[in-house]
Ligand binder design. Structure first.
Ligand code: M6R
Length: 606
């Protein structure tokens, strides 16, 4: 979703603002813009362009405005198409106040009507423009105090927002606010930053401040003040960012996605470090895991698929019923939750609006919340009783890969921990699975070393209209994940099915030449033969089957071998070829791999 950057300091602001926007490109966007304070009291310098950031950069060639503060924005369109006019920043009618926004202002229609009656002239179709006019009036009422005006305006807004504003009467000052949408402060030496996430300023400073809900931040190059909406001064939590700038760069790979696929041996190993014998008290201190009668896993997209795999492991190893819920459905259903419910939100970004809202619902109804998250300091872990961080590092490509396998690891660790706390499994079992888990990084490495023929094979299916994915047990969510990856990246029709469901309808889709990817259970599983029969059924109707498994399946047209593992751990291995298929298909079809059309990395609106 939208990326937000603010800079104030000794450097010429255009450069750090543009660099920040570049680093936030991964969030997904369709236009970009920048506003700078060049001369006190004069209209602001502003440029904005529809399309990629490179369009904006081209229009700026050889431009070096003498400005030391400014704001920049990459917009993912919600209200009004992705045009130059709708791109942010938006200006007040004097052209001296600029505002950028991530989120949705729900009461913008009524605000716009009031503001138009007051004489404000609107130029765009956005919800955001109402806020800049409102802020302009509020600033006059507050005698030119932009922070006081921002507090006042936030009180009048409904919806979710991160807002940043600058005014040319006050060069060097940037005021921001947040509600249900991320905003972090980067603390530099003689310079300070505001951004949607730390990757925007990570090459300048690793020292950050966390902002809470309904907080307003007021920065200059030497001062940072955080208040609540009543103006009370607050002390924000400070933290050091452990990622380094190089972790967010492509490192020689043609795309971030491929780099991230290849990082999985490391991200899996990092997520496992010190945890295979059980979760330490530093992780579980905030939560009482005794007396739980039900587990509810809440997530979206890929994280939801990790949750589905988690259900198999938790129910078997901890002997407790588990529901896995799409956050967007759960939050509006008024489900029954109480203090004996353990809610596990899973989120790479920690900012997904649907997951956050679903989790808040559960929490206000008494549930205990144990989050699984990849982003330190983000909202979901902050609002949880305890958090198990996945250590996948920054995931830049919109399509999730290494975060998914790290989430699977987190699910296994939680299942083992819950099983131990509940006395269902003993230390010996935990250590046996621990040994299997510890072998996964090397097994993933092995798959990645032999992936070339799969890339070649994938290209043969480049012009297929559709691909179907089959799986059973934990192979079923793996199939769903394979289909989601292909849809996202190749823009190809793809669906995942449970092998046993085929005969209940989906088999009608099979025609001569239909490509079917079968995620085979491990060869020692009692389900192996059942799945082999499903493959025979589709083959008999003309399907071309690609089987992924630890042994070759004779009836398959193509076999992709993965190392054998414990049944439940197999998704960590089986998903890797599926990621490679989706990646290669996107490349073959000429698609934007890291920023697929219409998608955003962090979905901070519902
Ligand atoms: O940041 P989150 O894990 O909460 O994001 C959830 C989904 O939006 C995300 O997994 C999405 O489905 C990915 N694009 C999948 O590749």
């Amino acid at each position: 979703m939208c990326g937000i950057v603010g800079y104030t300091g000794k450097a010429l602001a255009l450069s750090p603002v543009l660099e920040g926007l570049r680093r936030l490109e991964y969030r997904g966007y369709d236009s970009a813009g920048i506003a700078l304070v060049v001369k006190k009291g004069e209209p602001l310098w502003i440029e904005k362009r529809a399309g990629k950031l490179s369009n904006l950069e081209d229009s700026l060639a050889d431009t070096h405005p003498d400005a030391h503060s400014g704001i920049g924005h990459t917009r993912w369109a919600t209200h009004g198409g992705p045009t130059d006019t709708n791109a942010h920043p938006h200006l007040d009618n004097e052209g001296k106040l600029a505002l950028i926004h991530n989120g949705i202002i729900e009461n913008y229609v009524e605000l716009r009507a009031i503001l138009e009656k007051r004489g404000h002239v609107f130029k765009s179709e956005t919800d955001t423009e109402s806020v800049v006019h409102l802020l302009s009036d509020a600033r006059k009422e507050h005698k030119g105090d932009l922070a006081a005006a921002m507090r006042d305006v936030c009180g009048q807004l409904r919806g979710s927002f991160t807002l940043l504003a600058i005014h040319s009467d006050e060069p060097g000052r940037i005021v921001g606010a947040r509600r249900n949408s991320p905003l972090v402060v980067g603390v530099g030496d003689g310079e300070n930053f505001l951004a949607s996430d730390v990757s925007a300023f990570i090459s300048h400073t690793k020292h950050a401040l966390e902002l809470g809900q309904d907080e307003v931040v007021d920065i200059t190059d030497s001062k940072i003040t955080v208040t609540d909406l009543s103006g009370k001064v607050l002390k924000p939590r400070e933290y050091e960012i452990s990622w380094d700038a190089s972790a967010a760069e492509r490192g020689g790979f043609p795309h971030f996605m491929l780099k991230e696929i290849y990082e999985q041996p490391k991200s899996i190993a990092d997520t496992l470090i010190g945890r295979t014998a059980g979760l330490d008290t530093e992780i579980t201190a905030g939560i009482n895991l005794e007396g739980i009668s039900k587990v509810v896993i809440i997530a979206c997209g890929t994280a939801y698929h990790a949750g589905l795999v988690g259900k198999y492991a938790i129910e078997k190893w901890a002997s407790v019923p588990v529901d896995v819920e799409l956050a967007s459905e759960y939050r509006y259903r008024e489900p029954s939750v109480d203090k004996s419910t353990l809610v596990i939100p899973i989120s790479q970004s920690g900012e997904t609006m649907d997951t956050l809202m679903a989790m808040r619902y559960a929490r206000t109804h008494g549930a205990r919340v144990f989050a699984v998250c990849n982003t330190n300091g983000s909202t979901i872990p902050r609002e949880s009783d305890a958090v198990l961080y996945t250590h996948a590092g920054p995931e830049i490509a919109v399509a999730s890969t290494k975060a998914f396998t790290a989430q699977l690891i987190a699910m296994y660790l939680i299942a083992l921990h819950l099983g131990s706390v509940r006395g269902v499994i003993d230390k010996k079992f935990v250590s046996e699975i621990g040994i299997e888990l510890a072998q996964l990084p090397a097994k993933v490495e092995q798959i990645l070393e032999t992936v070339e023929p799969l890339r070649e094979l994938t290209r043969k299916f480049k012009d297929s209209g559709s691909m179907l994915f089959l799986g059973r047990n934990v192979g079923y969510p793996t199939a769903l994940e394979g289909a989601l990856k292909l849809k996202e990246l190749a823009y190809m029709h793809a669906e995942g099915f449970a092998g046993g469901e085929l005969k209940h309808g989906p088999i009608a889709l099979i025609d001569q030449g239909t490509a079917v990817i079968a995620v085979m259970p491990t060869s020692t599983s009692p389900l192996y033969e059942k799945m082999a029969s499903n493959v025979q059924e589709v083959k008999a109707r003309g399907a071309v089957v690609i089987a992924i498994g630890d042994v070759d399946l004779e009836s398959a047209a193509h076999n992709i071998r993965i190392p054998s593992s414990h049944d439940f751990l197999q998704p960590v291995l089986a998903v890797v070829p599926l990621q490679v298929i989706a990646y290669e298909m996107a490349v073959a079809r000429g698609n934007d791999v890291d920023q697929p059309r219409n998608l955003a990395k962090s979905v901070t609106v519902e």
